[in-house]
Structure formats: structure tokens, C-alpha cells
Design a protein. Structure first.
Length: 249
């Protein structure tokens, strides 16, 4: 799809000089932010919110604080909202026997998907909420690094609020993720962009695999979305607006 030269042409509610305001909640270093910047173009202004300081954040403004509180207070002032709630308490590793083990050692994780969804829906704004397999996000989209020719798989699911997009085809994986598994080493075209040791990806490898060149923080790089994912989502959002605005996407 071809990106319109000015997002104001496809968002008729905007004033002529007003930037398209995007909120990136639980933003980390701004992998999602960078993708939306590429999709929406020069008239976008992106604010990141995270509970932790993010000195490498990629966007235009940053607020340290609770994402649910921020959305409740300010979400209505944005035109489009993306949130990536913490995944540590959502996936399969925190369920079943693992849940009992975590409880026994007092390990807890925040569960923000439901309160984030409630806050997002109250804004009336179009939104995206991202998380892992096994989470409670609605599985409206599934994206994988192979769809974008990346050297990382990183399957992620996206709930779309107030708009829809087609599910892109999921190409067959070209091989295995490189690294050690149960005492055996496997080679492959993808790097393991999570954890440490066992052949996991280095800082330089993650930067190259995800297309992120503005940070060298290994942990933050592991957590960040590849910008290609949200660039695709942002362009799909523009396409969803185009029929109503009379602009070809």
C-alpha cells in the first residue's frame, strides 16, 4: 500500500496545523514508536509512557509513570494509542505448574491487559494492544519477523480497538532459531533475542535482527518490538481510514 504524503488528508477531524498525536504505552526504548513514525510520516508526534526511566526512548516526549493512570487522564487527547502491557505475567511460562512455582517463591508479575483495555475503550480512540501467545489480548493480528525478512521470529499478537485490518500471510519459517536446546546446538537463520547465554543473541545481533540502531541496552533491546511490525500496523490503519476520507491508500 502507498502511504499518503500527509496524514491530515485521511484524518478529517484534525485541525489544519495539528500534528497526529500517538501514545505508545509501556514504550520501552520505542521500537513501536519508530515503526509508527515511519508509517505516519513527519506530521506525527509520539509520546511514550513507561513505569521505568527510558533514556534511549525514540519518540518526541516521554512520561514516566503508570500507563493505566496516564490513559485515563490523557488518552482522549491522542488520535491513536498503542500499548504493550508487560508480558512476563501473561504467557504460558506463568501458567499451570509454573504459576504454582512462582507463588511458592513469592514471584509476582503485573497483569495489566484488562485494566489497560478498560482505559483504552473509555477514550473512544482507535488503539492497538500487543502481547504474547497465551495472553488475554484478542488475537486480531499475528505478526512474525519472517513476514518482514527479519532475523528474529518473535511472534506477537495484536488486539485492534475501533478499527480492523486483514491478517497478512504467515510465511513458512526458513529454519531454526540459532542456539543451544537441551544440550544440543542448532544453527539457523534466526537469533534468540531473549535471555542470556546458551547462544542467545548479542547486542549487535539483536540490533541488526530487529532493525533498532539507537540503543545498546541488551535487556531493552530484547524487550523492544521490531519497528517493522508497527510500521505495517500504522499503514494498515491509514488504509482503514482511506475509504471514509476518499484518499487512496
Amino acid at each position: 500500500m502507498t502511504q499518503p504524503t500527509d496524514i491530515r488528508r485521511v484524518h478529517t477531524a484534525l485541525a489544519p496545523t495539528e500534528p497526529f498525536r500517538v501514545l505508545d504505552g509501556c514504550c520501552c526504548i520505542g521500537g513501536a514508536t519508530e515503526g509508527y513514525r515511519r508509517a505516519f510520516g513527519p506530521n506525527v508526534h509520539i509520546t511514550g509512557v513507561d513505569i521505568e526511566p527510558q533514556p534511549d526512548y525514540r519518540g518526541d516526549a516521554f512520561h514516566q509513570g503508570d500507563v493505566v493512570d496516564f490513559i485515563r487522564e490523557h488518552g482522549h487527547t491522542f488520535h491513536f494509542i498503542h500499548v504493550s502491557p508487560p508480558c512476563q505475567g501473561e504467557g504460558a511460562p506463568t501458567k499451570g505448574t509454573n504459576a504454582a512455582r512462582n507463588a511458592a517463591i513469592g514471584r509476582t508479575y503485573p497483569r495489566l491487559i484488562r485494566p489497560v483495555r478498560t482505559a483504552l475503550e473509555a477514550t473512544g480512540r482507535p488503539y492497538v494492544m500487543e502481547n504474547v501467545a497465551g495472553s488475554e489480548v484478542r488475537k486480531d493480528l499475528r505478526l512474525c519477523g519472517e513476514q518482514f525478512g527479519l532475523a528474529v521470529l518473535m511472534h506477537r499478537y495484536f488486539e485492534l480497538g475501533g478499527w480492523t485490518a486483514p491478517q497478512p500471510a504467515h510465511p513458512r519459517h526458513r529454519g531454526r532459531v540459532r542456539g543451544w536446546r537441551h544440550g544440543q546446538y542448532f544453527d539457523g537463520p534466526y537469533v534468540a533475542a531473549y535471555g542470556n547465554g546458551g547462544g542467545k543473541a548479542t547486542v549487535d545481533e539483536i540490533r541488526a535482527a530487529k532493525g533498532i540502531d539507537w540503543s545498546t541496552d541488551h535487556l531493552r533491546l530484547r524487550e523492544a518490538l521490531p519497528p517493522a511490525y508497527t510500521q505495517w500496523i500504522g499503514r494498515a490503519f491509514l488504509a482503514s481510514l482511506a475509504p471514509a476520507s476518499g484518499v487512496a491508500a
